[in-house]
Design a protein around this ligand. Structure first.
Ligand SMILES: Nc1ncnc2c1ncn2[C@@H]1O[C@H](COP(=O)(O)OP(=O)(O)OP(=O)(O)O)[C@@H](O)[C@H]1O
Ligand SMILES: [Mg+2]
Length: 413
């Protein structure tokens, strides 16, 4: 393999050099002019190029990124290490351009060992091979019957609740609602990690577990929960392919015990289609409102989902913003042709809006007004983990009745 490393810091080069095998032909450049020379000499023959953004002091990202792209061959894998010092505006531009140019990104803040491991795993990644779509972790996909029914709120809550109660297992929460990726806002995520870091790797079928993990956010105090936020280039959603998501899911299943995917209501993009089709459990979040359980759901089901060979009973319902109207539930089940497996209480006092505006998920609201909500989430989580055959270790404060309730409902998933 021919590899070019362009790092301004010799200790970076030294660290990654340890992961390069003897058969590989590695060249090192320590400044822009050495990089130029190396690209002129053998740019088109490279298999890989790793460039630290620091190498370019005087050029704008759109200049140096397109320069690299045009200096190498179409099949050359380009990986850029984001600098610690880039301002957020440039970082955003780099992320946006990386999608257009098929460039992978490595986040800043890695130790030298982590960097060496990351580069080593990319070098040893096997190109597209036959995907093992099944086996490994369980995929649970949440979608809303109509927009704003609460899919993201419930996906986040369930992911946190599950991770807290299965400390030995790894949970991934992935925002594949790519036209409206809001997990970032719900959790007030500010960093530049997210799907854009690994999009090129998913597209080329060379995603490695370690790269996926490094692209994820983590919450303080829930160390086994990994959160992959969506891309901010919302128009890019339609360019993402079924194969790309299929590859992502096969790597995610190998890396995590439970994967919770949040997808959009509209089945007009690969991420939504593939995550629904491949899910072990498909949960539709529905509100007791005609526009949700009747119009939106039936229109989409009849025009799309049934043509993918899915029956109504292949989906299960989570009734959100429940106000304890028993009749509502019956009407919803009748209209949607499937069962409600959990009811999630509405949290009053404008708590939902506050939750998003302050980036404090409803599930972390410890006030009395959200006690029922938390119990309902616990009940739903217990059902999900039970059907995934993962043992849940209840916390001391967990409501016994919520956990008991799962027995009554279990069997529906
Ligand atoms: N049980 C609930 N009680 C109170 N507020 C809620 C509840 N569920 C959701 N909300 C609020 O409703 C709003 C919409 O929720 P959310 O963003 O989760 O919906 P969504 O289905 O993911 O929307 P989208 O269609 O954009 O993906 C948010 O402000 C959220 O905080
Ligand atoms: Mg959402």
């Amino acid at each position: 393999m021919r590899i070019l490393f362009a790092f301004s810091k010799p200790n970076h080069a030294e660290a990654v050099g340890t992961g390069v095998s003897k058969e590989d032909d590695a060249t090192y450049a320590f400044n822009e002019s050495e990089l130029n020379k190396a690209l002129i000499k053998s740019g088109k023959d490279l298999d890989f190029i790793f460039v630290h953004e620091d190498i370019f002091n005087t050029k704008y990202p759109w200049e140096w990124m397109s320069y690299i792209k045009t200096s190498v061959a179409e099949m050359t894998k380009i990986v850029i290490l984001i600098s610690e010092t880039t301002d957020s505006w440039y970082r955003e531009i780099i992320q946006r351009l990386s999608l257009d140019l098929g460039i992978s990104l490595i986040p800043n803040g890695l130790t030298l060992d982590e960097l060496a491991e990351e580069i080593g795993s990319r070098l040893s990644a096997k190109p597209k091979s036959s995907e093992v779509a099944e086996g490994g972790g369980t995929l649970v996909t949440f979608m809303a019957a109509s927009p704003k029914d609460g899919a993201t709120t419930i996906a986040i809550s369930t992911a946190v609740c599950a991770a807290q109660r299965m400390p030995e297992k790894k949970v991934l929460l992935v925002d594949f609602n790519l036209k409206s990726p809001e997990i970032r806002d719900h959790l007030n995520v500010q960093s530049d990690k997210g799907y854009q870091m690994i999009q090129a790797d998913c597209d080329s079928g060379t995603l490695e577990s370690s790269s996926l993990m490094k692209a994820c956010e983590q919450l303080k105090d829930v160390a086994n929960l990994y959160i992959l936020t969506g891309i901010q280039r919302r128009e890019w959603a339609e360019k993402i392919t079924i194969e790309e998501i299929g590859h992502f899911l096969s790597v995610a299943r190998k890396s995590f015990d439970l994967i919770i995917a949040d997808v959009h209501t509209f089945p007009d993009q690969a991420a939504t289609l593939k995550c629904i089709k491949d899910a072990d459990t498909r949960l539709v979040v529905v509100q007791p409102i005609v526009t949700s359980y009747q119009s939106s759901w039936n229109d989409w089901y009849n025009s799309v989902w049934q043509h993918y060979g899915m029956k109504e009973s292949d989906f299960k319902l989570v009734m959100n913003r429940d106000n304890k109207g028993a009749l509502d539930g019956y009407g919803i089940e009748k209209a949607m042709g499937t069962k409600i497996i959990a009811r999630i209480r509405n949290v009053d006092k404008g708590a939902g809006i506050k939750a998003i505006n302050y980036g404090q998920p409803l599930y972390f609201n410890s006030g009395d007004e959200s006690a029922d909500f938390r119990d309902n989430i616990l009940q739903l989580t217990a059902m999900i983990t039970e059907s995934a055959k993962i043992e849940m270790v209840p916390l001391q404060a967990d409501s016994k009745s919520a956990l008991k309730g799962r027995r009554k409902l279990f069997g529906l998933i």
